[in-house]
Design a protein around this ligand. Structure first.
Ligand SMILES: Nc1ncnc2c1ncn2[C@@H]1O[C@H](COP(=O)(O)OP(=O)(O)OP(=O)(O)O)[C@@H](O)[C@H]1O
Length: 255
């Protein structure tokens, strides 16, 4: 049986009281899976994972991590609870060296564990070893995301949550980031991912949800979802619309 790591049920969240952006969303992430959240622009994908990570106020629903209720726990406590969130931007300290970024990220580990854990990150991400003295702000976009992910992984989170890790990267670095996530998953890490780059995300994902107007509308195996013509046309923006489904664009808000 699948072991559920993250269980989000009927979540309502938003930035202002009475104006929900996430409207009753329910998703689960099982141990060892990559789960992708897709959907049109403005559907509330980032808001959903930020709410899960304690960064957007929650007005209803529950977030369970390994069965423990972490609903609306303050963001700074999430790492200790086992949830590591990698924001889309500003996810490293640009003036600090790569190594100092990793040292700071070891915060919740016992002090004596930190050096070995940093070496493990260097073994997993040799680019970071080569650049250990480089200020993070001087790294390429792809390497910066690598550092952000290494910082999140260093404390052995139960789930790694990423907000559009490929955003703003050139195609070469997009591939690098998705390969990296696939490798991380192979090492047993559970991943929840929001992505605009639907095709690449579905290629590495196990399951996916399509979020529309703050609520999941479709859920399925990542491969199946990509093969569903209506889903692809409406929400993934990858295939030309057929005439008989053009009416969907009026309500579907294709990306
Ligand atoms: N900090 C904020 N304060 C107020 N409203 C916000 C804030 N961030 C996002 N929103 C609003 O929430 C809605 C959903 O935004 P969100 O970024 O969650 O969607 P998304 O599905 O991730 O979109 P995209 O794919 O374009 O990034 C939008 O209407 C947006 O304007």
């Amino acid at each position: 049986m699948n072991e559920t790591v993250l269980d989000v049920s009927d979540l309502e969240a938003g930035y202002e009281p009475g104006v929900p952006i996430v409207r009753g969303a329910s998703i689960t992430v099982n141990k060892g899976e990559i789960v992708v959240v897709l959907g049109p622009n403005g559907a509330g994908k980032s808001s959903l994972i930020k709410a899960i990570a304690g960064l957007v106020p929650i007005s209803r629903g529950k977030v369970l991590l390994d069965g423990k209720d972490i609903t609306a726990a303050p963001a700074h406590t999430m790492v200790r609870l086992g949830l590591a969130f990698v924001p889309q931007t500003e996810n490293v300290f640009p003036r600090m060296s790569v190594e100092d970024n990793l040292k700071v990220a070891c915060g919740i580990l016992e002090r004596r564990q930190a050096p070995a854990r940093i070496e493990e990150m260097y073994a997993a991400f040799p680019d970071l070893l080569r650049q250990r003295r480089t200020p993070a702000g001087n790294l390429s976009g792809g390497q910066r995301q690598m550092l952000a992910v290494a910082r999140a992984l260093i404390v052995h989170p139960k789930v790694l949550v990423l907000d559009e890790p490929s955003a703003g990267l050139s195609p070469k670095f997009v591939s690098m980031v998705f390969e990296m996530l696939s490798d991380i998953r192979k090492s047993g890490v559970t991943i929840l991912l929001v992505e605009q780059n639907a095709k690449a995300a579905l290629a590495i994902g196990d399951r996916a949800y399509v979020l529309v107007e703050g609520k999941e509308r479709h859920e399925g195996a990542a491969s199946t979802l990509w093969d569903d013509p209506v889903i692809a046309e409406l929400y993934l923006g990858q295939r030309p619309l057929r005439k008989d489904s053009a009416r969907h664009t009026e309500t579907g808000g294709a990306a």
